[in-house]
Design a protein around this ligand. Structure first.
Ligand SMILES: *[C@@H]1O[C@H](CO)[C@@H](O)[C@H](O)[C@H]1NC(C)=O
Ligand SMILES: *[C@@H]1O[C@H](CO)[C@@H](O)[C@H](O)[C@H]1NC(C)=O
Ligand SMILES: *[C@@H]1O[C@H](CO)[C@@H](O)[C@H](O)[C@H]1NC(C)=O
Ligand SMILES: *[C@@H]1O[C@H](CO)[C@@H](O)[C@H](O)[C@H]1NC(C)=O
Ligand SMILES: *[C@@H]1O[C@H](CO)[C@@H](O)[C@H](O)[C@H]1NC(C)=O
Length: 501
């Protein structure tokens, strides 16, 4: 995008002095060159004149950038239009050709000095998630105590520069590039994209509801801390490779949270050349998921998504029944219960012993998103095998309970990832009431702790222990019953109101 035109050839002299910004006119700290230029009596056509005017040009040029640096963040629009105004003034200001030429060439140099680096930095391939991560590895995050870690452009830390991306490759992130540019001096052939763009880095998969949610939660946190500012578009990267969609479940919840359809950048359909940068008027980049956020901040984020999801799905924000909702949330295939009938019977028996207990059995695979939102809104105790469907737990009221089940072999072999539903329970204010781990399952031809066994255990199914399940269900049911009756006697419940609405 060319803003400064090539210099105007028919200008030689000037009769008007270049206008100075008001703060310079009155400032005691005006530069020496500028004050001298206005006081010295001189004849037009003096060779000194062009030197003076040039100094003024250069001073003004520097002032643009000082102004940009000083402009507070939300007023990007202002700083941009400020820049354009001054460029126009300079251009229309009938200055000596040499001066105009200097500015033009300085602008060209600024434009050419924009350096593009690979979005995915292979030097950090062995520690892709550590420190700056391998995504935009040269840039620092902004991090205030307890808040989300993010990058924002333009900002003080970017020296007023905006984010430019040449990033439409969907196979190899090291073929995609990023750079920073001053708004008035974008690199050759760049497109300035107006509005606010959310750029998400996900180390895993936007199709998986747990990993996708983890990558998008920090944007909701930013939205909360930024007076509910919403994006005009999203750009999704996995390992620096562009992705053009996310799981429908996540898409729906994000639409609910941000009050409208997500505009996910697809790049390849715009017909622009691969090499032409897109520069974003305002961009917010996340690459650390919830990292750095305090538990309270995380809970506020999940509160907001829950609240907005219930609004969108026409579900009451506050429960009006006195039920204790016990929901068996079943899977089909891998990690389903081997004998569902037996498991349902155990929980049914315990439920019948508790007044107002109401048992529901549902399959995550055949519920719409709103049906899931509605089901969770009436659930106090979620009983479900380890798996992505458990991500729904944050849609229950706060302080609700989760019972999780694992097939044989996971404890030793599945690594820290098997704890994700303990984490999300803690982050969203739920009570993880423990996990039951099957000791029986398909045999593995190697010793039990051989890593190769994981391929056998990964898709294993889950048995049951009637004694254990019954005692467990009974304990949690009674705890929930006590909590709910305490809450009921305390009374005066404040009706829920969604933040940002
Ligand atoms: C900019 O675009 C023009 C065509 O519009 C092309 O000829 C030129 O090579 C491009 N420059 C760069 C640096 O890509
Ligand atoms: C499942 O459990 C029920 C009740 O305990 C039992 O009657 C049934 O035979 C079991 N089914 C299988 C396939 O083991
Ligand atoms: C839900 O899925 C289960 C298992 O796939 C199936 O048996 C059941 O009929 C389905 N229910 C509905 C309402 O579609
Ligand atoms: C959840 O439980 C904690 C501790 O029991 C209590 O302080 C808090 O008010 C409860 N939160 C809600 C939303 O019920
Ligand atoms: C079932 O659970 C009970 C209670 O925790 C335990 O004593 C028993 O050993 C378990 N049975 C099996 C077969 O693991």
């Amino acid at each position: 995008m060319t803003i400064l035109p090539s210099h105007n050839p028919n200008l030689t002299t000037t009769t008007t002095k270049p206008e100075m910004p008001h703060y310079q006119k009155h400032s005691p700290r005006s530069t020496v060159t500028a004050t001298t230029a206005t006081r010295t009596p001189f004849s037009f056509f003096s060779p000194k004149l062009s030197v003076y005017l040039c100094s003024i040009c250069v001073t003004l040029f520097i002032l643009f950038h000082i102004k940009i640096l000083q402009t507070p963040l939300p007023s990007t629009q202002n700083s941009l239009s400020f820049l354009h105004n001054w460029q126009e003034k300079l251009i229309n200001n009938d200055e000596p050709a040499s001066c105009n030429h200097d500015i033009t060439s300085m602008g060209d140099k600024l434009r050419e000095s924009v350096t593009f680096l690979p979005l995915k930095d292979l030097r950090f391939a062995n520690a892709a998630l550590v420190g700056h991560t391998w995504f935009m590895s040269s840039l620092y995050d902004t991090h205030e105590e307890g808040e989300v870690q993010y990058q924002q452009f333009p900002s003080k830390s970017s020296n007023g520069r905006i984010l430019c991306i040449k990033g439409r490759d969907n196979h190899d992130g090291s073929w995609n590039y990023y750079g920073l540019a001053y708004p008035g001096f974008l690199p050759k052939n760049a497109t300035l994209v107006p509005g606010r763009t959310f750029v998400s880095y996900n180390h895993y998969d936007f199709g998986n509801i747990w990993h996708g949610l983890s990558a998008l939660v920090p944007f909701v946190a930013w939205h909360l801390k930024s007076e509910c500012a919403a994006p005009d578009r999203w750009i999704l990267y996995h390992w620096g490779e562009v992705r053009t969609g996310m799981s429908p479940w996540l898409n729906t919840l994000m639409e609910a949270t941000f009050n409208g359809p997500l505009n996910i950048e697809k790049f390849n359909e715009d017909g622009n050349d691969y090499e032409w940068p897109m520069c974003y008027e305002e961009a917010v980049v996340m690459r650390h998921n919830e990292g750095g956020m305090s538990r309270e901040k995380r809970m506020e984020v999940y509160d907001l998504i829950r609240c907005k999801a219930r609004m969108m799905c026409d579900v009451e924000l506050d429960r009006t029944d006195n039920d204790i909702g016990l929901t068996l949330f079943m899977r089909t295939g891998p990690r389903s219960f081997r004998n569902e009938t037996a498991v349902v019977e155990i929980f049914e028996r315990e439920c019948m012993k508790v007044e107002n207990c109401r048992l529901k059995v549902a399959y995550s695979s055949n519920l719409t998103v709103c049906e899931q939102v509605k089901l969770m809104a009436s659930t106090d105790i979620l009983v479900s095998p380890h798996g992505a469907q458990l991500t729904n737990m944050f849609l229950m009221d706060r302080n609700s309970s989760v019972l999780e089940f694992f097939p044989k072999g996971w404890l030793k072999l599945a690594g820290v990832g098997q704890l994700v539903y303990h984490w999300i329970a803690s982050w969203s204010g739920m009570k993880h009431q423990g996990a039951w781990r099957d000791t029986e399952g398909d045999p593995c031809p190697y010793p039990d702790d051989d890593r190769r066994c994981m391929s056998v255990y990964k898709n294993g199914r889950i048995g049951y222990n009637s004694t254990y399940f019954a005692e467990w269900a009974s304990r949690v049911l009674n705890e929930v019953k006590m909590r709910k009756s305490e809450e009921a006697t305390r009374g005066n419940i404040v009706p829920t109101k969604c933040a940002c609405s």
